[in-house]
Write a protein that binds this ligand. Structure first.
Ligand code: SF4
Length: 112
């Protein structure tokens, strides 16, 4: 079975349960429509380690990215909460996305 993960903004953690992401996944809507009719497992749900951290030298981020690989995650969906109101993605998250892609894991823009 295909395994996927979600990557979201730590600041969103203050107000976010992840419910909209999971509902969209279960209903195969929005970015998850690509899995329509397929058995897929959301095997990980991760966030950045906060504003002002550098993912490239952050051992925790390295550990999380390694775990994605160990879990054989094929795709990581990146939440809209990682973009500002103008639609510009946070540079910190972009670095994490680059690290994930360097592991051969596909990135998909968006969750719900
Ligand atoms: S670094 Fe970016 S994605 Fe992470 S908490 Fe700060 S704004 Fe959100």
């Amino acid at each position: 079975m295909k395994k996927i993960a979600m990557l979201n903004c730590l600041r969103a953690n203050d107000v976010c349960t992840g419910a909209s992401c999971f509902r969209a996944f279960h209903e195969r809507r929005k970015s998850f429509e690509i899995y329509s009719g397929q058995e897929v497992e959301v095997a990980a749900f991760m966030r950045c380690n906060g504003c002002g951290t550098d993912p490239c030298s952050d051992k925790g981020i390295a550990e999380k990215v390694a775990r994605l690989r160990q879990e054989k995650i094929e795709v990581v969906h990146v939440g809209a909460c990682t973009k500002n109101k103008e639609g510009v993605r946070c540079g910190t998250i972009q670095k994490i996305m680059d690290m994930i892609e360097a592991e051969g894991i596909r990135i998909v823009d968006g969750t719900h």
